[in-house]
Design a protein around this ligand. Sequence first.
Ligand SMILES: *[C@@H]1O[C@H](CO)[C@@H](O)[C@H](O)[C@H]1NC(C)=O
Ligand SMILES: *[C@@H]1O[C@H](CO)[C@@H](O)[C@H](O)[C@H]1NC(C)=O
Ligand SMILES: *[C@@H]1O[C@H](CO)[C@@H](O)[C@H](O)[C@H]1NC(C)=O
Ligand SMILES: *[C@@H]1O[C@H](CO)[C@@H](O)[C@H](O)[C@H]1NC(C)=O
Length: 384
Amino acid sequence: MPNLQSKWRFLMMVLGVQLIVMALLSREGYQKRVTYFFRIFRRTDTGVGASMQNHTGRDVYANLSLLSKSQTREESMPYCPKKSPLVGGPLRVTFPSGLTLVQVERKNPLVVRGGRYRPPNCESLHHTAIIIPHRNREHHLKFLLYYLHPFLQRQQLNYGIYIIHQAGNYTFNRAKLMNVGFREAMREEDWDCLFFHDVDLIPEDDRNTYTCDAHPKHAAIAMDKFGYKLPYKMYFGGVSALTPLQYLKMNGFPNNYWGWGGEDDDIGIRVSLGGMLITRPSLNVGRYKMIKHKLDKGNEVNPRRFNMLAKTRHTWKEDGMNTVEYEVLSREYLPLYTNITVNIGTEKGLLSLPPKTQMAPPANGMPKKDAKTSLPDTEHHPLS
Ligand SMILES: *[C@@H]1O[C@H](CO)[C@@H](O)[C@H](O)[C@H]1NC(C)=O
Ligand SMILES: *[C@@H]1O[C@H](CO)[C@@H](O)[C@H](O)[C@H]1NC(C)=O
Ligand SMILES: *[C@@H]1O[C@H](CO)[C@@H](O)[C@H](O)[C@H]1NC(C)=O
Ligand SMILES: *[C@@H]1O[C@H](CO)[C@@H](O)[C@H](O)[C@H]1NC(C)=O
C-alpha cells in the first residue's frame, strides 16, 4: 500500500510540473521569456543587453579605400566570401550641413553610371536592387546616398540604386511607385533581391545585410523614431526586401493607397496571404536613423486607410503587380543613381493627368484583371 501511494504522489508531482511549464510557455510573449531564460546561462556572451550597446559606431567609409580602383577585372575572379571582411558593426550617422552630391560622388569612385557597383576584386554572390520612391526629397536623398553607397560596398554586393520619381503634384503613392520600381529594375537586370527603401531612413549597422531571405524580410525593425523597437508585430514599413518570386507570390504591393499610411500594413497582410512569413534581423542590427521632417505637402494622411486594410483579403489578387499602370516619362542614368520619372495617374486612372504623348490613349484606364503575372513585360502600361 505505501508503495502505491508514493507512486501516486510522484505521478501527481510530474503532472503538476508539466502544468506549470505549459502555463508559462503558452502565455503571450513566451519567446521573450525563453530567450531571457537562455541568456541567464550565457551571460558571458554579450554582457550588456542589445539596447545598451555602444552604438557610437565607426565611419561608414572606413577601410573602403583599401579597395583598388585601377585593377582590371579578370574573367575568372573568385567569388566573394560568404561574410564580407569589411563588415564591422555599428556605424556613425550624422547629417552634416553643406554636403553635396559631388562630394558623395568623389567619396565613391567605384560607383558607375546609373548608381551601379560591383566589387573590384571578387565576384559578388548577391545582386541587389534598391528601389526608392521619391518626390521633392532631394535633401534626404543626398544623405541616403552618402551612407548607402559605402554601406552596400562594405557588404560586397553587386548593386544598383533606382529612384522612382512621381511626376506631377497629385497625392503621393509610395506602394505603387514600388511596383513601378520592381518592373523597371527587373527589366534592366536579373536582380535576385529587391530592397524597397524609404528615402529618409539611414541604416546604422553594416551587419544588416542587404540580401534576401527564404521569406520576405522586414529590415527596418529598430528605428530611432520608435525608440529602436518594433512598433507592433505586423509592422512592415520603412525598409523591406523580397526576391522577385516572393514579390510576385503576393501580387506585389497595392496600387490604391494614395497619401500617407496604411500601405505598409497592407503589404504585411499580403505577405501572409501569399503564404509566407516575415523574417527580421536582430534588434541591434536592424537599426535605422530617420531624417526628421514634417509630413510633406501632397502626402496627406490617407483617411480611408483602415477601411481599405479591412478589405485587403478580398482585393489583393485584383490589385497589385498584375494591374499596375503607369507611363515612364524619363530615365536618367546619373552618377549615383538611376532616376526613373513616372506618371502614375490618380485614383481615376492614368489619363487624368494631361497626356504628354500624341499616341492615341487606350479605350479605358481600367485595370486588366486577367493579366498574367510575369516578369518584364510592357503590356500593362501602353503609353510607356
Ligand atoms: C562609446 O564608445 C566611444 C569610443 O569608442 C566612447 O567615446 C563613448 O563614450 C562610448 N559611449 C558610451 C555610451 O559608452
Ligand atoms: C579597418 O580600419 C581600421 C582602422 O580604421 C583598422 O583597425 C581595421 O583593422 C581595418 N580593418 C580591415 C579589415 O582592414
Ligand atoms: C506643382 O506645384 C508647384 C508649386 O507648388 C508648381 O510650381 C507646379 O507648376 C505644379 N506642377 C504641376 C504639374 O501642376
Ligand atoms: C528625376 O528626373 C525628373 C525629370 O527629369 C526631375 O524632375 C527630378 O528632379 C529628378 N529627380 C532626381 C532625384 O534626380
